[in-house]
Design a binder for this molecule. Structure first.
Ligand code: ADP
Ligand code: MG
Length: 334
């Protein structure tokens, strides 16, 4: 099938741009077979995750193709990291409208190549289709973990402390900057926030080290409060966070200084791709040591509470101890 007049044929595209990305992974057979094979290391399990990004929803039509590719891969790596898994391989299902040209595919493949090197992961298969709709990129990522050790959402206990990596809210601010809805952060601040939106930094070095320390974990994609709520639901607990402890970048702090209400966007904006995890107070020193060793900022922001501790499953309180009213509990597609 020919995808479009502007593109080489499907098999030509696979051979030219995708097959080279499978080099070094024997079970990918150079993308010349119907399927691929993964042999997990003895005593390990595969951790599987898929995430699609759609033009017009998760990225914009004029976003650089290499960054789009890297974001598509990284949102999956972020989930693997939150589960404590080491990334190994991924598959790519690509649907391209007839308006796509070869330069876009070339830049896209180049972005994947860069991140493959960075994260030690290989492309092992996928599918390529034409679509009457927008560009859609579905990636499935496969990671490995010691059998039975995947960090679940469901393991939190009352009294556990709540931690987050990095800084929160930057990507949501970055999207507002791109839309022209957020000003007053300066040129450097604006660029920093846009970069945080376009290119997540999955915490792949940290994730596997959280096994044995974290009781529960989730990657923050829908928004801090919404994702913490997911942990509360399946762990059957409540959670309280102190808004003033939520770690902010300098640019985000500048934005908040202009408009205090933006704290709601920090707490519910999403696209952070940081890890939120819970752990007993007894391991806090270990967590902080890890943060130092790996040079990954980790901040304690609150505590898990018994199921009936408060009215709402998740509460954010201000410096005076008053519950903040945050309207949106995070991004939902439907
Ligand atoms: P099928 O006809 O069984 O769907 P294809 O001809 O679509 O197989 O694919 C041939 C090979 O190329 C398979 O190994 C498939 O996994 C791989 N492949 C196809 N599209 C992609 C892609 N976008 N990225 C990576 N591998 C791909
Ligand atoms: Mg196919």
């Amino acid at each position: 099938l020919s995808l479009s007049k502007r593109l080489p044929g499907e098999f030509e595209l696979i051979a030219r741009y995708f097959a080279p990305l499978s080099a070094g992974f024997a079970g990918a057979f150079g993308l010349t077979d119907d399927a691929a094979v993964i042999s997990p290391t003895a005593g390990h399990e595969l951790v599987l995750k898929s995430d699609a990004i759609v033009c017009g929803v998760h990225f914009q039509v004029d976003d650089p193709a290499d960054l789009v590719a890297r974001k598509a891969l990284r949102v999956n790596l972020s989930d693997l990291a939150a589960k404590g898994a080491e990334p190994r391989a991924y598959m790519l299902d690509l649907a391209l409208p007839g308006t796509t040209d070869e330069a876009w595919v070339a830049a896209f493949a180049h972005g994947l190549a860069e991140d493959q090197k960075r994260y030690q992961i290989h492309l092992i298969g996928g599918d390529t289709d034409s679509t009457p709709g927008p560009i859609t990129i579905a990636i499935s990522a496969f990671g490995e973990i010691d059998a039975g050790r995947m960090i679940r959402r469901a393991g939190a206990r009352a009294g556990d402390k709540i931690f987050v990596t990095g800084t929160i809210g930057d990507a949501a601010f970055g999207l507002r900057v791109l839309r022209g809805e957020l000003r007053g952060v300066g040129a450097t601040g604006a660029q920093f926030l846009i970069d945080r939106y376009r290119l997540p930094q999955p915490r792949v070095s940290l994730g596997p080290k959280l096994v044995g320390l974290a009781t529960a974990a989730i990657d923050i994609s829908d928004g801090l409060l919404a994702d913490l709520r997911h942990i509360c639901d399946v762990s059957e607990l409540c959670a309280r966070i102190e808004a003033q402890r939520v770690p902010l970048s300098e640019a985000a702090r500048t934005a908040l200084a202009v408009k205090r209400d933006l704290i709601a966007l920090v707490l519910s904006g999403g696209d952070d791709y940081e890890i939120l995890f819970t752990a007993p107070a007894s391991v806090t020193a270990g967590v902080m040591q890890l943060s130092k060793n790996l040079d990954v900022p980790i901040t304690e922001i609150g505590e898990m509470l018994p199921p009936s501790a408060q009215e709402e499953p998740v509460e954010a309180i201000d410096a005076a101890g008053r519950a903040l009213q945050v309207e949106s509990e995070g991004w939902r597609h439907f």
